[in-house]
Structures are given as structure tokens and as C-alpha cells.
Write a protein that binds this ligand. Sequence first.
Ligand SMILES: C[S@@+](CC[C@H](N)C(=O)[O-])C[C@H]1O[C@@H](n2cnc3c(N)ncnc32)[C@H](O)[C@@H]1O
Length: 293
Amino acid sequence: MNYAVRNFVIRTIGIVFLVLAWAKNRLRGYSTPNLVQAEDVGGKVEYAVHTARAWRRYLPATVEIRGREVLELCPGSSLGTGVALLGMGASSYRAVDVFRLASTEDAALFDKVLNLLAQDHATADIERARSLVRSPDGGFDYRVDRSFDIPALVDGRKFDLIVSCAAFEHYDDIDATIANISKVARTGCVATHIVDYQTHSRWVRERDPNNIYRYSEGLYRLFSFPGQPNRRRPLDYVRAFEANGWKNVRVVKAQTIAQADLARLTSGMASPFDRAEMQMDILAGVVIAEYPG
Ligand SMILES: C[S@@+](CC[C@H](N)C(=O)[O-])C[C@H]1O[C@@H](n2cnc3c(N)ncnc32)[C@H](O)[C@@H]1O
């Protein structure tokens, strides 16, 4: 089937959204980390537990969270994910970010995260997590710096698990970030990064999830802003982790385009996204890598 007319229309609409996203960022700066509203405490609790459970599900079966020192990159507006990981038995949690979006949470939300987890985790872990999140001793903390200098943000510490969700696609330079996390990975560290490869403007995303890949680099960058989806594909992550010595690097498909929609939603991609190696069927994936040291 020929999709030329549809591609022309959706590409034109997409350009309008690119300009709107750019203008919104110029006016308001970076503001919306995810779709859960700031005042929706129940939604934030569920999102945090859901994300931590997703990391658990994608980690290799032989890897435990219990007893591990965890680093989360860019938790956005909530440290609830860290609370959930502590409730699952992690020994410590540090989060680092570029924007300070999570500074106003109160301990009641953290209690709700732990209450939700309590049904399927050891009481001792849940109670230990409750006291860690209230203690200033460094077992649960959060550092922010616009330069995103990860080794400096972690004060020389090393980690057993390095995780993120919906963050890597916003980085200006994923190669530099992966080189930096390699400096803070302990031998045996496992990295688990949930990456959303799709268009982020909601209206377009629902109709044309690969819309951002319809534009040349020059046109896309004309409307760039801090945090704009970087259009890096699964193979870019595999190459970058392998270049830094990580082993068993793979991208597990978490969300793909349905077979019936594949031809329509992957036609009209700009170069280089028109190549098979770009795996344009993947809408979301989990990058998993192991650090041998
Ligand atoms: C969509 S939010 C995801 C937050 C959270 N992990 C979640 O799942 O809701 C993107 C995160 O990336 C960070 N971020 C945005 N732009 C960035 C940039 N240019 N470089 C590094 N981090 C950035 C934000 O501060 C935010 O924490």
C-alpha cells in the first residue's frame, strides 16, 4: 500500500508539535517528568511500585535486589522508586538527576509505597526501608547537578545495580552517560534501563508513535531543547555499553508495533531510521548489561 498522502499529513502535523514542544520549553523550561499529576499521590505510589517491579522482572533471574547498592539515574518527580527498591531489600539507594523535580515529597507517600509492597516482601525489609528513608545517614539520598557529572554526584561510591526509567531518551549524549556510569559500576554490576523510544507529544504519539523519526537531523535539531527525545535506537545503546566493557548487552522488547500497523507506522522514516538495523518496530525496550570489571 502507498502511504505517501498519510505520511505527508502526519509529518506536517508532527512539525507543528515539534515547534510547540520547543516553544513550551522556551517559556516554561523542563517541567513534565511523566503523566502522573503532582497532586495524585495514589498514582505516584502505583507508578513507583510498578517501575520497581518492572526492573525486578527484567533483571536476570540470578540477580538479587536484596543487599545491593542501587543508583537510579533521573527519578523525575518522585523518589518512590528508591523507597520500593529498599522495600525489596536493597541495602542503599542514591538517585542523581539534572533537574530537581523530586524535592517536595513527604514521608507519608513513602509509607504508602511500602504499605503497597508489604503484601509480598519481608516485613524486616519493609521496616528497615521505613527507617532508612527517614535517616540522614546516606542510605537513601538524592543529588542534582545541571552538569550531570555522575562520578562527582556519587562521591566516589560504586554500585551493584544502576537503573533508570524513561530517562535515557532525554540525554544529550548517551555515550558520555554510559561512559560515566561505567566509572561507578562495581564488578558484577547490572544495568537495567527502560527506554521509551517514541514520540513524546501525546496526541501525535497515539496516532504515529515513530513521528520523531520522520525528520532529517537538521530539521529535528532546529527545534531542539534540553530533554528533547534524542532519537537514539537500541543498537546505539548496545554499541555504547560494549565500548565501555559491559558484557551480555541486550535490548529486550517491552513494547512493539502490532504486526497489522507495522508497514503504515514505519513507512516514510528519514535516513538513517529507514534501515532494518534501526528496529523501528520497537517502541519501548529495556537495555540490560553486565559489568565484569
Ligand atoms: C520523563 S522523566 C522520567 C522520570 C522518571 N524516571 C519516571 O519514570 O517518571 C525524564 C528524566 O530525565 C531527566 N532529564 C531531562 N532532560 C535531561 C537531559 N538533557 N539530560 C539528563 N537528564 C535529563 C529529567 O530530570 C527527568 O528526571
